[in-house]
Write a protein that binds this ligand. Structure first.
Ligand SMILES: Nc1ncnc2c1ncn2[C@@H]1O[C@H](COP(=O)(O)OP(=O)(O)OP(=O)(O)O)[C@@H](O)[C@H]1O
Ligand SMILES: [Mg+2]
Length: 434
């Protein structure tokens, strides 16, 4: 028998597969129930009004009843001249253009408003629910080139987002499908800004009290993830969304994965370069949630400085920038450092940190928290919970109330923007260890 598309040699893969199978069994049972109800309804005398479609039922062009507008997200199915072709189209319409993805509604319930961004792994579109008027963000998964079935990375994105319900994590409302198997969309709450765009366009920097509020929210989201055994593995300012009520929504779970105890093998090609922890750059065979906290440290500094802390051009340059600012590590501050695979070729720099000089306008507590997050040894790096308890959050000024942030013009609700920072690492290479 051919191996399962989701076959991976780790317990997380097995758990995901089991969860997916359970979902499919539940959907099939639901589908059978719906079909039975439909058969019974067809036999019964005509009712005065059509009953509402059962919630969560897969909707076809035929049963949605709506003819797609020019901005409709799904391609329209045109009837052809030939009777056979017409029959084929009507069969396809009544029985779906592909084997139904059970329980998912059709993307036709949305009207496209504008394209927000085309990221490395999906196109994000702002759209409006035709029935409710609700504005949402649709992220179309890029599946066209997939030859091995539904990619495990996309499964993880969906699964981890479903697991991670939190006020500071973007809400996944549902999944919808288009007419072909390659059209699968995540329907998320629409959030007006991402921090990267905001930092580059806002006229005045965030106040210290505002940075504190943002950090509390970011750390709370990360704390929740880690308590649910999820590592995000791509924390950066463009993946931190902010609405016009000053609320942070952590997004883009495309590289996220569950981890276990023991940790197991995972690829070290994760986290966008500028936010990548030194243990990953040095090729450490194992890593854990601490990689996320390093990224949070980089984000904290970026909020204070309004520019990325370590904008490296490649891995060697990235490491060299880190060593120049924080001083080179050694075995005394990071036991086991010298035996890491890339340590021999790492730059030789003095052991003196110049971080305090770079952030000379910040309080000692601010610097101490930043140093705690940018600690070389992952086992000594602050956890999200420890960071939230840091004195920085209780010293003056107190955190600003999110409502006081004011609103900014939303680039996401307008034109498409240009990408100027590096992309997340490829999710294709080394998939088995991802
Ligand atoms: N729910 C949302 N509301 C508004 N904008 C969003 C939403 N989700 C994503 N975006 C925008 O789309 C961009 C890309 O989304 P996302 O990071 O999820 O895609 P990606 O293809 O995985 O990107 P990346 O290039 O970072 O890997 C985000 O940086 C953000 O600007
Ligand atoms: Mg992203």
């Amino acid at each position: 028998m051919a191996p399962s598309k989701w076959d991976v040699e780790d317990p997380e893969g097995a758990a995901l597969e089991a969860a997916a199978k359970a979902a499919v069994r539940a959907s099939l049972a639901k589908r059978r129930r719906i079909e039975k109800e439909q058969r019974e309804a067809a036999r019964a005398p005509a009712a005065p009004a059509a009953p509402a479609a059962p919630a969560g039922r897969a909707e076809t062009a035929a049963d949605s009843g709506a003819s797609p507008s020019k901005d409709s997200l799904a391609p329209s199915s045109r009837a052809t001249e030939s009777p056979q072709a017409n029959r084929a189209v009507s069969v396809a319409q009544s029985h779906y253009a592909h084997a139904p993805i059970q329980g998912c509604r059709s993307v036709r319930i949305f009207d496209k408003l504008n394209r927000i961004e085309e990221g490395s792994y999906g196109i994000v579109i702002r759209a409006k629910n035709r029935d409710t008027g609700e504005i949402v963000a649709l992220k179309q998964l890029k599946l066209e080139k997939e030859k091995e079935g539904f990619p495990i990375t996309s499964l993880r994105e969906i699964y981890t987002l479903m697991e991670a319900r939190h006020p500071n994590i973007v809400e996944l409302k549902e999944m919808v499908v288009g007419d072909t198997l390659s059209q699968v969309y995540l329907v998320m709450e629409f959030v007006e800004h991402d921090l990267k765009t905001l930092l580059s366009t806002m006229r005045t920097p965030f106040l210290h009290s505002e940075v504190k509020t943002l950090m509390i929210q970011i750390l709370s989201a990360v704390e929740l993830l880690h308590s649910r055994w999820i590592i995000h593995r791509d924390l950066k300012t463009s993946n931190l969304l902010m609405n016009n009520r000053g609320q942070i929504k952590l997004a883009d779970f495309g590289l996220a994965r569950m981890f276990g105890d023991p940790l197991g093998k995972m690829t070290s090609l994760v986290v966008t370069l500028w936010y990548r922890a030194p243990e990953l750059l040095l090729g450490s065979p194992e890593y854990d949630t601490a990689v996320d906290l390093w990224s949070v440290g980089c984000i904290f500094a970026e909020l204070l400085l309004r520019e990325p802390l370590f904008p490296g051009k490649n891995e060697a340059d990235q490491l060299s920038r880190i060593y120049c600012l924080l001083g080179a590590p050694d075995d005394t501050i990071w036991p086991g450092y010298s035996v890491l695979p890339n340590a021999k070729s790492a730059p030789k720099t003095p052991r003196k940190s110049t971080l305090a000089h770079k952030l000379r306008d910040c309080s000692p507590a601010t610097l101490d928290l930043l140093n705690g997050l940018l600690t070389y040894d992952p086992s000594q790096r602050l956890s999200a919970t420890a960071a939230l308890a840091h004195p920085y959050f209780s010293e003056a000024p107190p955190p600003a109330h999110p409502d006081t942030f004011g609103s900014f013009p939303s680039a996401a609700a307008g034109e498409r923007r240009q990408r100027t920072s590096p992309s997340a690492p490829s999710r294709r290479g080394g998939r088995r260890n991802l």
